[in-house]
Design a protein around this ligand. Sequence first.
Ligand SMILES: [Zn+2]
Length: 362
Amino acid sequence: MLHFSNPIEFKGKFLTFILYSICFTILNVAIYNNLCAQKGEIPVVKALDLKMLPKYTLTKLWHEVGTDPFGRPVLVPVMVLKGDGLGPVIGLTAAIHGNELNGIPVIQKVISNIDPKSLKGTIIGIPGINPESILMNDRRFTDGEDLNRIFPGKVNGSESEQRVYTILNKLISLMDINIDMHTASFGRENCYYARADMKDDTLAKLAVLQYADIIVDNVGQPSFGSGSGQTSRAAAVEKGVKTITVEYGNPQVYQDDMIKRGIIGVTNALKWLKMIPGSIESSKDAVMCASSFWLYTDTGGYLEVEVELTQKLTKGQKIATLRNPFGEIVKEYYSPTDGIVIGKSNNPVATQGARIIHIGKY
Ligand SMILES: [Zn+2]
């Protein structure tokens, strides 16, 4: 126990202690980063302090988000492109669903295309925010949960809840804006579409700039499988992080067309935010949908979907046929509304309640 004869002595020693602590931390980080740089290694951090990172530089880091069963850290790749540090902090996050990969090269290429000296603000790229699920080629986390349905998570919750809590509070909360990148899930395919709360002018503009086929006005409700929790987007918006979702095509593949358009869309957003110079590349106008919903089978069978992505539908139009194992027609499905095809099943194996098509209503 330390004893101080008077408050002034205590204050002086306390300030000296704080000063030594700060210097020691800075020195340690500098030595560590220098050692990593010498060995060509990527530094590992438990917290990302943007102020500590050098300006006009791309810093690659491994961010610890938990530990695996062998006590090893679980590491997420983070690319921080820091410009002058005066503009907004925009996040680019991909693959919270581990089989939704097209966003990964979008982030890598957008960041590599930018000269940090021309950047106003900071870009935090996280090309693979759910490493365990990526490793498993799976949408879901190690405990079977869908991470994008259980935000904001819990500090002392289950393994998936703790992971979500860490992602939200240590990574997403550093951002002013986030573009969260997805694709369709297994057995389905998507067009390129954006989801955003179109009542918010900033979010509406960010969505329009994405070079998408379709934009769905949505505050953050999942397109299917809603549980008791929130999506990453809804939780981020509650924390004041302006967030849109983009859906780039199909799972477990890299699709050149989707990746090229994704790069244009994110780059457009950076130009509009005046974070980088250049003129915005406009596409044909996206079809604006006020809502969307999935149509499901009401019995089992082998499913043949007869409409294409982005095809306009009229109410009563035939969209799918379900056959039994002998090839006989079990049921034919018709569109319940005018609309447009956002996504569709490409898996013939349809249990009762299988998804048929995702319809946008405009
Ligand atoms: Zn997804």
